[in-house]
Design a protein around this ligand. Structure first.
Ligand code: URA
Length: 236
């Protein structure tokens, strides 16, 4: 279970639109003793909970987000791109340097390989919706930490709800483990059908891994075939 400190707990509650009631003396304490907390709480006060935002409100909310440390190093948030009514939703890990510069997911070398994977499955990039588990670039391209993924989770959940895809393709360990609440490696999660709520979810290798291990491309091809079959069998 993820442990939240008091500052994070207040920020999450506030982001969800839940007002934390405190006795006056504690309120005064909070204001006097923790100016940083008050600042974060104020910056995270959407008029509506994330789960009820439309596309524009969600995009603005993400652009202003300071729920975790990653906001400090970003050039900009990387929200997501593509067809908001797509049949396939692709979920990756986190923006890298190029994505942080351009504000679009999967535009570096890994992105070019993702485009190839999509073409193999019969899609152009513009026909799918692409998002990441976290919307800000982790420093040094490290994996997002669990508290960073947790802080960003409501945004991803809302994107999934809004797209309402026929299929989610989770690319790489970070996306797969986060969405499935698992700590199994990709090798164990791929090759089978999972469900994310009522949405079928297929796991495959991350294109950045394929750049290092091109022989695994044949397994990705199998995963893409499984994804296509899954959607076809559901009559979509
Ligand atoms: N890797 C990801 O997982 N997402 C990106 O946007 C870029 C690289």
């Amino acid at each position: 279970m993820i442990q939240l400190d008091e500052q994070q707990r207040r920020a999450y509650l506030d982001a969800l639109g839940i007002t934390l009631w405190l006795p006056r003396e504690q309120r005064d304490d909070a204001v006097n003793s923790d100016a940083a907390t008050v600042e974060i709480v104020q910056q995270q006060s959407p008029a509506q909970p994330v789960s009820s935002l439309g596309w524009d409100g969600l995009r603005d909310c993400v652009a202003d987000c300071r729920l975790c440390e990653l906001h400090k190093g970003r050039t900009q948030t990387v929200f997501g791109v593509g067809d908001q009514d797509a049949s396939w939703m692709i979920i990756g890990e986190a923006p890298g340097a190029e994505e942080d510069r351009r504000g679009e997911p999967f535009v570096g070398r890994a992105g070019a390989l993702l485009d190839e994977m999509l073409r193999a499955a019969g899609f152009e990039r513009k026909n799918v919706y692409i998002a990441n588990t976290v919307k800000c670039r982790p420093p040094g391209n490290r994996n997002p930490r669990s508290e960073e993924s947790a802080a960003c989770r409501a945004y991803l959940d809302r994107q999934i709800e809004l797209v309402s895809p026929d299929l989610i393709l989770a690319v790489g360990k970070v996306a797969a483990q986060n969405l499935l609440g698992s700590d199994e490696p990709v090798g164990a999660l791929r090759g089978q059908r999972h469900m994310f709520g009522r949405i079928p979810l297929i796991v495959t290798y991350h294109p950045a891994y394929l750049l290092r291990s091109p022989t695994q491309k044949r397994l990705v091809w199998q995963d893409l075939c499984l994804a296509k079959m899954t959607v076809a069998e559901a009559g979509r």
